[in-house]
Ligand binder design. Structure first.
Ligand code: NIG
Ligand code: FE
Length: 411
């Protein structure tokens, strides 16, 4: 199966040599080819160039992209899309003045989602979750990290991991599975957090590892959830089973989770709505990707991650949706790219780098995803006609997508 996309107005994020991360000042550069073609065979990007060099190339399917932009699919490195039901009533409670913390303290929040998930069959959970993923794919996302964390019992966390595994087998999207059992303290362990942590360490991590259904380990390192000491214990246990950390840190309070993540060679540290100089310095001497989640800040009305301070310090930055029922009920990466420009003051080039190659890095996939490079997977967005790629973030809330190609298949 071969596809030729021709007359492309701008082919975006084109790299002759495989790139795996973009940092600091380089994030302002987004390499493009004007008036270009792209040739795909099976699931792989095989060739590209300007239209002058397209003569003689034939393909089973030819797409005329006159006036359109072509770019790599979005790489969404932080989601919680496996969940049951929703938390619409808490949304209304927040509008009426309750805070996210107050709702959590009365047994709502993550515990509300855990109750709903525990009462939902694996089959039903799969159906609800894959539907969310299909909507994300239609909006241009081609690689997605998916966390557990709404099970909060050994069985329900394993049920979530099995659902993620089925999604991974059935979907064309590339999936990264993460064990986030330490997402909240279940009500039955309210006064005995240590026992829940030892259950995670002694039972859940070994079981998940034996089934080979988790690649990453996550902890919600936050006041009222898991402390630095708790987080260190869990990451240590994960390490013994080769689970790589990708952790929730600095959403509401700075506990020192960034430095801890760096010490444990975390692939990413995510949220960072709160950030200080020590955090930036810790990241400077690391391979850890900071990840901003602007749609979460938008929905909860909390501060936006200081992207400028991060990038201007020479660091890389990725952006992701955080799609989940409580803090970000949206999986729209186009909105995230817009919000990164509008609220985090990132340039369109920086935002697109953050949502493609750096997002792929934050899932450990950037050797195969996140740029238009020969040999990488053919996960492609073709936009509606527009003046330039900057129109994607400019027209916030609009759908810029015309066609999506995922793993070499046109959807
Ligand atoms: O990343 N902060 C922790 N976890 C999610 C929200 C979970 C929820 O409210 O259901 C987040 O924002
Ligand atoms: Fe999250």
């Amino acid at each position: 199966m071969s596809i030729l996309i021709k007359n492309i107005k701008q082919l975006v994020q084109v790299h002759e040599n495989s790139v795996t991360i973009v940092k600091g000042k380089d994030m302002k550069t987004l390499p493009i080819l004007e008036n270009a073609y792209l040739y795909i065979q099976d699931d792989t990007i095989v060739e590209f160039g300007t239209m002058d060099f397209c003569k003689g190339i034939d393909a089973e399917t030819i797409i005329d992209a006159t006036g359109k932009i072509v770019l790599p699919s979005w790489c969404d490195s932080h989601t919680h899309i496996v969940y049951a039901g929703n938390r619409v009533s808490e949304f209304v409670d927040r509008i009426n003045g309750m805070s996210y913390a107050e709702i959590a303290n009365r047994g709502g929040g993550i515990l509300n989602s855990a109750k709903q998930l525990q009462d939902t069959s694996e089959e039903d959970l799969y159906e609800q979750s894959i539907q969310r993923l299909d909507e994300m794919i239609a909006m241009g996302t081609g690689a997605v990290e998916i966390k557990t964390g709404y099970g909060l019992t050994v069985d329900a966390e394993l049920k979530m991991l099995k659902v993620i595994k089925r999604i991974k087998q059935d979907s064309l999207a590339k999936i990264a599975p993460t064990l986030l059992a330490a997402h909240a303290i279940p009500s039955e362990y309210k006064n005995d957090k240590a026992s829940y942590i030892s259950k995670i360490i002694n039972e859940l991590i070994p079981k998940a590892s034996a089934l080979r259904i988790a690649k990453y380990i996550d902890v919600f390192c936050e006041e009222g959830y898991f402390s630095i000491e708790d987080t260190a214990k869990i990451l240590e246990a994960g390490k013994k089973h080769h689970l790589i950390p990708k952790i929730h840190v600095n959403q509401f309070n700075i506990l020192g989770g960034v430095k801890l993540g760096v010490d444990y060679n975390a692939l990413s540290v995510d949220h960072l709505e709160e950030l200080n100089k020590d955090d930036i310095n810790a990241l400077k001497s690391s391979k850890t990707m900071p990840v901003a989640l602007p749609a979460c800040s938008y929905f909860l009305g909390i501060p936006y991650t200081p992207a400028r301070a991060i990038i201007d310090a020479g660091l890389p930055l990725a952006i992701a949706t955080d799609y989940n029922p409580g803090s970000t009920p949206s999986g729209n990466m186009n909105f995230v790219v817009s919000t990164a420009c509008i609220k985090l003051k990132m340039t369109p080039e920086e935002a697109i780098n953050a949502a493609t190659i750096n997002g792929a890095y934050a899932m450990g996939f950037s050797n195969m995803y996140g740029s238009i490079t020969r040999g990488k997977k053919a996960n492609i967005i073709i936009t509606k006609p527009m003046d330039s790629y900057a129109q994607i973030p400019y027209e916030f809330g609009h759908n810029p997508i015309d066609t999506v190609i995922i793993n070499g298949q046109i959807l």
